[in-house]
Design a protein around this ligand. Structure first.
Ligand code: ATP
Length: 268
């Protein structure tokens, strides 16, 4: 979802809006709402039932948190938790994207092993959030062909939750770290994304609040800050530590540490 330079670079346009509720109805774990829409577990994870039960006058406040998550780490999890608490979200949906081409190039240039496959990134996320009832994982982007465009994802999720009276079962928030927020205006159909969501942004070490606010003002983004502990941790740093045979305990949940070990991920 949040794939920085990749947003405008890819040649493939995913026909997101055409994905019909009918095709989703066959998916396992799908919940048919009263209006006939299908709130699919592959897309909405463990929130599918709660969203199917929501009505337009009290929509489910859904935080979308996109990224590569290769692997998920404590910086992601804490940001999601602070966003949830500070903005009264009903849940945070982690949306791993298909692997951005520019990151593949970066990894190759720095000699990094990887990436983990989409299924491995999803599995690590599921391990990381399994005990958090207000966190869930979506396959909406990894199950699509081609690069992930946030605008497609937003359309798919909104369309699935549309009610006949024009209201929606979900109110969408988008959680962004500073780097992603700065890049947002460059995304494909950025205006459509901006109009559909409230952005919840967090600073990262080295970022400046003023620069983020300037982007919000210049682009008319409905943006609210998340006051999160700033941790200088990244997936890149975790992969580098594994490649150097350094421990990664506490940088990501123990279940994810074990998974990386068992699957031999990121080893140099
Ligand atoms: P990589 O090092 O591979 O580039 P990353 O650690 O930056 O990965 P991503 O999956 O690319 O993680 O990031 C997903 C989202 O999480 C982005 O919005 C990013 O800004 C945010 N994010 C990542 N790490 C942190 C952190 N330590 N604190 C706050 N936000 C973060």
């Amino acid at each position: 979802m949040v794939i920085n330079g990749e947003e405008q670079a890819g040649a493939v346009v995913v026909g997101a809006a055409s994905e019909s509720a009918a095709s989703a109805a066959g998916a396992s774990g799908a919940v048919a709402s009263a209006a006939g829409a299908v709130i699919d577990q592959a897309k909405f994870g463990r929130f599918s039932e709660a969203i199917a039960a929501s009505e337009g006058d009290r929509p489910f406040r859904l935080g979308l948190f996109g990224g590569t998550f290769d692997p998920v780490h404590i910086g992601h999890l804490l940001l999601a938790q602070f966003a949830l608490e500070q903005h009264q979200l009903d849940g945070v949906l982690f949306v791993p994207c298909s692997y951005p081409f520019y990151k593949l190039i970066q990894n190759a240039a720095t000699g990094q092993k990887g990436p983990a496959s989409a299924d491995q990134r999803v599995q690590m996320l599921q391990l990381a959030v399994q005990d958090s009832a207000q966190f869930a994982v979506s396959r909406v982007e990894v199950d699509r062909e081609g690069p992930s465009y946030t605008v497609d994802t937003v359309r798919i999720l909104r369309d699935a939750c549309q009610l006949p009276d024009g209201s929606n079962r979900v109110q969408l928030f988008m959680i962004l770290g500073a780097d992603a927020m700065i890049d947002l205006p460059n995304w494909r159909e950025a205006k459509t994304v901006i109009d559909a969501v409230t952005v919840l942004f967090a600073e990262r070490p080295g970022s400046e609040r003023d620069a983020l606010l300037r982007v919000a003002q210049a682009e008319s983004i409905d943006a609210l800050p998340v006051e999160a502990v700033q941790l200088d941790v990244s997936s890149t740093a975790i992969r580098a530590r594994v490649a150097s045979a350094l421990p990664i305990n506490h940088l990501t949940p123990e279940s994810v540490v074990s998974y990386i070990d068992e699957h031999g991920l990121y080893r140099g």
